[in-house]
Design a protein around this ligand. Sequence first.
Ligand code: ZN
Length: 387
Amino acid sequence: MTTTWGPGAAWPELHDAQRAVLAALIAGGSQPRADIARALALSRTSLTRITRELIELGFVTVGETSRRPTRGRPVELIDLVPASAHFVGVKLTGDALYAVVTDLASQVVASKETDLAERDAASVVALISRTAHELLNGLDRPSAIGVCLAGDVEVVDGDQCIVDSAFLGWEGPVPLARLIAEASGLPATVSNDVNALTAAHHWFGAGVGTRSLVVVGVGAGIGTGIVIENRLVTGAHGRQGKIGHIFVPARGTRRCALGHTGCANALVTMPGIAENAGRTLKEYPAVLAAARAGDPDALLAFEEASMALGAIVAHFINVLDPEKVVVTGEGIDMVELAPARLRAALADRLDPRASREIPVDVQPFAFDQYAWGAAITAIRRQFGATV
Ligand SMILES: [Zn+2]
């Protein structure tokens, strides 16, 4: 395979202080020197040196001066150079591969969708590598690849392995990150797709500026991503955030795979809502339309889902006391259809001493956010984050 990388070197080895300054600019945008120095507890001299080093590496520039409203003195801003590095993000499903390339500021600059002709690991790895090279061709500093999928990622002997990928039919742990790195020549990271969304919200989305964050993703299933002290929780076995079978105070007739009728899977997910309204998952759009038109059975399924979701969010607030909770995913219509049920369940289930001030932020979702989130896991990887 021949690839013409664009100008610029590979991602350099950065020392901790360089990483910290660059990460602050990526997540926080252009900032005055004094603000960065204060936030990172760096001396003025250190910051001047680090800024010079990052300018030499092409990552930052000293930008326009701006005037502070309170004082008349102009202030020099340190700016990120977004095009100084590029990252590939891939969302892998059982049918297709969705890939994007982002710059260092997480802006998507190219994308591609490819059907998965062969699902075996070797073919998928080869396709990811080929697609990455194609999309990065001619771009400055191709740096890393991030892949996300609906499955668990466990670290086995230092390798990020896919351990649960029924939809791909892979057997045993597949060291996907290492295989992609070997095939592509670029470092790679692999994550569960709710974790990729969480990483994206933490650095570039609704969770920017928080040190602790919970992201609840609702769709065909329900999953959560948790950030504590700026680190994404990955559990001891890569199986954290499984709240599908938590008991919730709502009623429905649908049984989940474990036989429960009163769990999150049976009530909050899209198949849960559809079946509780007497339909099948395929008919979810019809159930949604019926609920919007005021059909009482359909509406009841969404009301119960909204109540159950409120209870789940309350549980997270009680246990983790996060700065923010983000609710997102393709199945969050219950929030629009029955917002009062969600608020009531939240109020009912919050511990009396839990903070009432924690924002619950409902974020619209589009499928392409997965590949974007995967690219952000690749960016975060360069800063030492595991996802
Ligand atoms: Zn269950």
